[in-house]
Write a protein of this length. Structure first.
Length: 499
């Protein structure tokens, strides 16, 4: 079956009907006005149009006429709470349904199944003859006239009929009052529901975070003002779109994982790359939650997100500042490591001048100068790599390679030269997805902290271990030392920047 375009200006009505249709396997897109419906029909192909009759602007009747000028084959169903089918003669529609809609009847129309109407069945009194006759739907075709023996029997019948009439009249009056009271209660309840609905809509719309609801096929059902501003779409443009259109193209696989995990586990929390209407990609903090009905069936997914561009810039600045802080702590040892080869260079330069007439000795001195120069060059290159600001680059990496790079740097700057380093790397370790610069910075900090904690220890032993976690999708890195440890009052602060 082809797609259905659902047109209704009442958000609750169109969302509810959309969910009902999708639960039966129909492909549905929703719009809230006739002009947007015409635009969609000009851009895409639909087999059915289901439209409300009473809408502001282009109403359902005018919408049908406009559609018929362009397409005489598309099937149309009209729905209304205020019009009867007699008002819609000559519009060439496939069906008309009164609100509240009988969804089973709607399903039958869409599936081209026969629709059975309720037949009138009510007795009609023959007031002229004093008897009863059968109208449309009667079981007997012949009138059944009541015969009386005499006037007394007729008077008794009339007296009993009057009593029955008065009793029925009283019952009707009582029932009418009950119905009126229930109608008033329903009107009050409807008013309170509308009031609560508006309150909730305003509450959601006032949120500074983006709030978007989608169906189980990831089609957008609703969104608040913050989502419109963040992604650059109007409400009419965003409704009915796939949520993937608000994500960066490289997040396609992750987007599917988020959707599947939300349906399976009930929620998801993390970060993902969003995409504005103009194509700009930006970071999003995202929380999703599964919405279920009273029977526990999933009917929608709620997404709450916020742009974290500024937070990411701040993280990069903090990371760069922390790198410089680490280099500041290592400055004395870096100076020492540079002074050692400088001493060798100076000594060999002086020696070369003293034996300048001996080419072989001069060559030996110059070779040593070159070797020590390369040593200084290697050290300064590492320092530049560590200090250089880098963009976030998530890719597949080896945890062992990251640890080895961190250990090599700290060894070159003289930080762990006097430590006994024990390595315990398990085989067949899974790769991880991370930013190389940030992960190496984490490992450098941990190893540097361990080294500093062992300055007063007799035994200076650093253990670095990597193993697969209980969950095979994760890797555990353990860094331990024989130092003084961390005071208990500082444990809650150890992950604060510059602590």
């Amino acid at each position: 079956m082809g797609k259905i375009l659902l047109v209704d200006d009442d958000q609750s009505a169109r969302v509810t009907l959309s969910i009902a249709l999708k639960s039966e396997g129909f492909a549905v897109e929703i719009v809230d006005n006739g002009q947007e419906a015409l635009r969609r029909l000009g851009e895409d192909t639909y087999e059915w149009v289901i439209s409300d009759v009473n809408m502001p602007g282009l109403n359902g009747v005018d919408l049908v006429r406009r559609i018929r000028r362009q397409d005489g084959k598309i099937k149309i169903i009209l729905i209304s709470a205020f019009r009867s089918p007699d008002d819609l003669q000559g519009l060439q529609v496939k069906g008309f349904l009164e609100k509240p809609i009988n969804v089973q009847k709607l399903y039958s129309i869409l599936r081209n199944e026969p629709v059975f109407e309720e037949q009138e069945f009510a007795p009609r009194v023959n007031r002229m003859t004093g008897g009863f006759r059968r109208g449309k739907g009667k079981r007997s075709k012949d009138p059944d006239v009541i015969q009386f023996k005499d006037d007394m029997e007729k008077q008794e019948f009339e007296r009993m009929s009057l009593n029955i009439y008065e009793l029925l009249e009283k019952k009707v009056e009582e029932r009418t009052q009950e119905l009126l009271e229930k109608q008033r209660n329903l009107e009050d309840a409807y008013y309170e529901l509308r009031k609560t609905k508006r309150y909730l809509e305003h509450l959601i719309d006032a949120s500074p975070n983006c709030i978007i609801s989608t169906d189980i096929e990831m089609g957008i059902l609703s969104c608040n003002t913050a989502a419109e501003k963040t992604f650059g779409y109007t409400l009419d443009e965003i409704l009915g779109r796939n949520i993937a259109s608000l994500r960066a193209s490289e997040s396609e696989v992750k987007n599917r994982e988020i959707h599947d995990r939300t349906l399976k586990e009930g929620s998801w929390t993390g970060e993902i790359a969003g995409k504005r209407r103009n194509g700009e990609v930006f970071p999003l903090s995202l929380v999703t939650s599964r919405v279920v009905d009273e029977e526990g069936r999933t009917i929608a997914i709620l997404e709450m997100s916020r742009e974290i561009t500024e937070e990411k810039k701040m993280e990069q600045q903090l990371l760069y500042a922390e790198k410089l802080s680490v280099l500041g702590q290592l400055a004395p040892k870096i100076a020492h490591e540079i002074n050692n080869p400088l001493h060798v260079i100076s000594a060999n330069a002086q020696l070369g001048l003293m034996v300048i007439e001996d080419p072989a000795k001069v060559q030996s001195c110059l070779q040593k100068v070159l070797n020590e120069t390369e040593r200084i060059e290697h050290l300064t290159r590492q320092l530049m790599d560590v200090a250089r600001p880098t963009e976030l680059n998530i890719r597949e990496l080896s945890v062992v390679d990251l640890l080895e790079n961190a250990l090599l740097f700290l060894k070159d700057v003289g930080e762990i030269k006097r430590l006994k380093v024990h390595k315990d790397y398990h085989e067949r370790l899974p790769m991880i997805h991370a930013d190389q610069a940030q992960m190496e910075q984490v490992f450098r900090n941990l190893i540097l902290n361990a080294s500093q904690a062992m300055e007063e220890s007799a035994e200076k032993r650093l253990t670095v271990a990597v193993r697969t976690a209980e969950d095979p999708n994760f890797v555990e890195v353990l860094i331990s030392d024989t130092g003084c440890g961390i005071p208990e009052e500082h444990l809650e602060q150890i992950f604060e920047p510059f602590f």
